[in-house]
Design a binder for this molecule. Structure first.
Ligand code: XIL
Length: 650
């Protein structure tokens, strides 16, 4: 079906362009008007004197929680947190004993210090390894009057325990009032567009970068499963600073006297890896050896932050043992996960094709490399590949990965190195990060499509595999509709160039799912907007390609319908039946489909069917629209009166 839905796409392009700018940032303190539509599940104005839902932050927290009539926003009372003797002291509100996992909530509250306060609104949880993690949701709540946090988005998974939000900062008494928790309105993703991975199923894997916080957002995982389930890269959780455990390294050294066996843990990545295991999604390992997001203590005597750099010999041993432990632990924990690719070394060449400057991470404009510091040059790259080849599980292909990979100096250095490694049998491919910039026009976009295409030509000539590992395309800040159009056109140019090299490319990974979750969120670089809607760039890259049958991945619950759709022919003719009778699109035909049809007919405003559901529902005598006879036909199937649909006895 070439271009069969082009007209509908064109209409949707406009709609996407129009909605994209209204995006509330995750965890932003700014009000998100849609939150007001959600159901309020907790609301405390403290007028009844009940503060029992709030507590301090454990044993060493001296905070006392009481009701006060010294200050208030609504009524005459508020919660008072007094006796705070440390910056980190509460008050806290526990979530996981009151709220549902995998559900998004918005929290709003008013806060005031007794005199002047600089408070922070924070989040904490304990992971499956018993480690407690903290993050700040809203900082700089500074002043002497009442301040607001509004509609701060929170969610958690069922692997997290001890999940709290809390106010901290300073030792001043804190007053809290009008604390509300609202369940975010259920959001349904667009089911009537093709899955990106399905459009390119015969060409390459299509995947994304993902972080555990995305797991608790249902629409985010729905988008992932529909479009990007060809491959997942952990956004941060499999990098050295997440995997290396300083305390355990030091403890092992103390116990054994051996400081060449780094101790590791995948606790940060586990929620993601569990998900990949359960959903059968292949994983790109990112990354073993990198100058960035790698702690300096890894390169220092005694694994301390401020001792001497270790010798090259010692670092080689640490590197080998690290890589060995990394792969062994992954295979042990996840024997069924397909770790099909690994970025062995990341970003080791400068744009000029020289090694980085030696130095601590973050020094020299964050460009310096502790690897170069210890090795004196870039010879650590070959060592890393040699060890990776020795210890990587079968089927795990090894890549050198870099950004600005189309710049001449870097491109030549990578090609020369890769050809050498290829002859030694220690490399399988090149990872082109592809963090690109559409700017204001195709003429000013960087790199030009032509420059990118030439880089693809050169890497293809190596006879190695290529993976596009981190594709994103920035717009200018505060983009206009015209900027999104440029972005879409540029994405198309780049994608067409990738497609033209598809015989050499095994995976294309977009660096994130929705714009608001991107590491470059201010420049809207992804294919879906913060409302989970496909952007013009999505439509531009599938334009001209065969569109497979549209298969919903997400069951549409009968009690939470998507927008009702008219059942007339003109709207539904472009969607094909995925399963006759499957009105609620849960992949099977059951009595629930009959109920869904009857509800939709009885009260279409409340219980409409999705577009796909409408097409499937017309099952008794296809072509006559959705009628009570369709519900009856499904009941007959359920009662085994007929064996299949359509109902030829009707
Ligand atoms: C980025 C992550 O997306 C951010 O969350 C983090 O703060 C910094 O790193 N090149 C890479 C990726 O290889 O690992 C980087 O990921 C983006 C640039």
């Amino acid at each position: 079906m070439k271009n069969s839905k082009f007209t509908r796409y064109a209409a949707a392009v406009l709609a996407a362009a129009m909605t994209v700018s209204a995006s509330p940032a995750v965890y932003a303190a700014d009000g998100d008007s849609s939150a007001s539509a959600g159901k309020v599940v907790y609301s405390f104005d403290f007028e009844d004197g009940d503060v029992s839902a709030f507590c301090n932050r454990g044993e060493n927290d001296t905070t006392e929680i009481s009701v006060s009539d010294e200050a208030s926003v609504s009524g005459s009372k508020s919660l008072l947190a007094s006796g705070r003797s440390k910056d980190w002291n509460g008050p806290a509100f526990r979530l996981d004993d009151k709220l549902e996992p995998y559900t998004e909530y918005y929290i709003s509250a008013k806060i005031k210090g007794r005199y002047y306060t600089g408070a922070t609104f924070s989040f904490q949880f304990t992971n499956s390894d018993g480690e407690t993690k903290y993050s700040n949701l809203v900082q700089n709540l500074s002043g002497s009057d009442w301040m607001s946090v509004e509609n701060v988005k929170v969610s958690f998974t069922d692997e997290m325990t001890g999940v709290y939000v809390y106010f901290e900062g300073g030792q001043d008494d804190l007053f809290i009032d009008d604390f509300t928790v609202t369940e975010a309105p259920a959001v349904e993703i667009e089911q009537d567009i093709p899955g990106l991975k399905d459009v390119f199923a015969n060409d390459f894997k299509v995947g994304t970068a993902f972080t555990p916080s995305g797991l608790s957002s249902k629409p985010t995982t729905s988008l992932l499963e529909k479009h990007f389930s060809g491959s997942i890269t952990a956004g941060n959780e499999m990098k050295p600073d997440s995997v290396l455990n300083q305390a355990a390294c030091q403890a092992y050294f103390e116990e054994t006297g051996d400081d060449t066996v780094p101790q590791i843990s995948f606790s940060a990545a586990k929620p993601l890896l569990n998900y990949c295991r359960d959903k059968n999604i292949p994983v790109r390992i990112h990354t073993l050896v990198w100058h960035s997001q790698t702690p300096d203590w890894f390169f220092k005597e005694g694994y301390t932050n401020d001792d001497e750099w270790v010798s090259k010999e010692k670092m080689l041993k640490r590197m080998e043992n690290y890589i060995k432990a990394y792969f062994e632990e992954l295979v042990k924990l996840y024997p069924t996960v397909d770790f099909y690719a690994c970025d062995v070394v990341n970003e080791a060449w400068t744009d000029q094709g020289t090694p980085r400057q030696p130095g601590e991470q973050g020094s020299g404009g964050s460009e310096n490399s502790a690897w170069v510091q210890v090795f004196g040059d870039n010879s650590f790259i070959e060592s890393a590949f040699t060890f990776a080849r020795k210890y990587a599980p079968e089927g795990c292909k090894l890549y050198y990965n870099d950004y600005n990979e189309y710049m001449d100096g870097k491109l030549n250095a990578i090609c020369e190195m890769a050809a050498d490694f290829k002859s030694k049998g220690i490399i399988d491919g090149i990872g082109m990060q592809s963090h690109l910039d559409a700017r204001q026009s195709l003429d000013s976009a960087f790199p030009s499509v032509d420059m990118y295409n030439k880089a693809l030509d050169k890497y293809s000539e190596l006879g190695l595999d290529i993976q596009i590992t981190e594709l994103d395309v920035t717009t200018p800040e505060n983009p206009t509709e015209a900027d999104f159009k440029v972005q879409a056109d540029y994405y198309k140019g780049i994608w067409d160039s990738i497609y033209a090299h598809k015989d050499n490319i095994s995976a294309v990974v977009i660096w994130g799912i929705t714009d608001d979750g991107s590491w470059r969120a201010k420049k809207y670089p992804l294919l879906f907007d913060a409302e989970y809607k496909a952007k013009p760039a999505f439509y531009s890259i599938i334009d001209g390609h065969d569109i497979p049958d549209i298969r919903p991945t997400d069951p549409v619950p009968t009690d939470k319908p998507t927008d009702p759709v008219p059942t007339d022919e003109s709207t539904s003719s472009s969607v094909e039946v995925s399963l006759l009778g499957d009105a609620n699109c849960d992949g099977k035909v059951s009595i629930a489909d009959s109920t869904a049809i009857l509800q939709a007919l009885g009260n279409p405003d409340k219980y409409g069917l999705s577009l796909q559901g409408t097409v499937n529902a017309d099952c008794c005598d296809p072509g006559d629209g959705v009628l009570p006879s369709d519900a009856l036909a499904i009941q007959k199937i359920d009662a085994k009166v007929i064996a299949s649909l359509p109902d030829i006895t009707a």
